[in-house]
Write a protein that binds this ligand. Structure first.
Ligand SMILES: NC(=O)c1ccc[n+]([C@@H]2O[C@H](COP(=O)([O-])OP(=O)(O)OC[C@H]3O[C@@H](n4cnc5c(N)ncnc54)[C@H](OP(=O)(O)O)[C@@H]3O)[C@@H](O)[C@H]2O)c1
Length: 235
């Protein structure tokens, strides 16, 4: 792996894409060789060459692709990573079962890391939820998530991942979703029985935490052997 990892950022015009571009610009550890969005034609903004998604195959070579887009854009960018045999890091949520299977298949030929949430706090919360669920058989388990009004999928990918952790511990989670204002992301996992309740809460106040986690993962994943990697292994 070279000292500065060359990255293709997919979904570059979005809230996450813009955070990735800004943080990568501030870091010596990575260089953006291409920024892909749906609508924009090729141009250079702040040193990062932009490409429309129709030009995906004309983008420059990179060591890894970092994707924060939408499910409808996902298949093409995963296929590009496989074709180029490079690391693929994605935080795109709302993926279908077929897309999750495609990620597993891709992991046979490239290093792949998909995470519903790239924050260290949520990685730890997943572990706490599994432990709590295992220690509290028969308690109700409810996951309440709040996000900004522009978020398309519900329940959030993070809520579903927390739910899988609760199921691992033996609970049967229920979900509730709120969409309001500019909330970056809040998740409460509540365990309730008669007379008492435990609440495990994570609040993200700045989406830079996700972007930093994804860039860190991309730096570590570039050049690794094919396989499916987990964020907790890299953090
Ligand atoms: N895993 C995590 O830690 C984490 C954290 C935050 C968000 N997310 C997820 O990351 C994704 C992006 O979030 P966001 O808030 O940045 O969303 P956003 O602001 O809506 O940005 C979406 C990006 O995807 C591009 N896009 C949409 N449809 C496309 C298509 N058909 N082909 C090519 N590009 C397309 C958009 O390009 P245009 O602007 O040109 O339309 C834009 O660059 C979502 O799935 C969100 O849930 C994950």
């Amino acid at each position: 792996m070279s000292e500065s990892v060359r990255l293709l950022i997919h979904g570059a015009s979005g809230r996450m894409g813009q955070a990735l571009l800004r943080l990568c610009g501030e870091s010596a550890g990575c260089t953006v060789v291409g920024a892909v969005t749906r609508k924009v034609g090729q141009r250079v903004v702040d040193g990062a060459p932009y490409f429309a998604s129709a030009e995906l195959h004309g983008t420059p070579a990179s060591d890894a692709i970092v994707d924060f887009s939408l499910p409808e854009a996902f298949d093409a960018v995963l296929a590009l990573a496989v074709e180029r045999r490079i690391a693929f890091v994605s935080g795109t949520t709302g993926l279908s079962d077929a897309q999750r299977t495609a990620l597993d298949v891709a992991a046979g030929s490239i290093p792949v890391l998909w995470a519903a949430n790239f924050s260290l706090g949520v990685a730890i919360l997943n572990e706490l939820v599994e432990r709590a669920a295992a220690a509290l058989p028969g308690w109700d388990c409810d996951i309440v998530e709040s996000h900004h009004v522009h978020k398309k999928d519900a329940p959030s990918g993070t809520a579903l991942a927390l739910g899988r952790a609760a199921e691992q511990g033996g609970a049967t989670p229920r979900y509730a979703s709120l969409r309001a204002g500019d909330i970056v992301g809040e998740h409460t996992v509540q365990f309730t029985t008669v007379g008492e309740r435990i609440e495990l809460v994570h609040r993200a106040t700045n989406r830079d935490i996700f972007a930093r986690g994804a860039l860190h993962a991309a730096r570590l994943l570039a050049g690794r052997s094919p396989g499916k990697y987990a964020l907790r292994d890299l953090l």
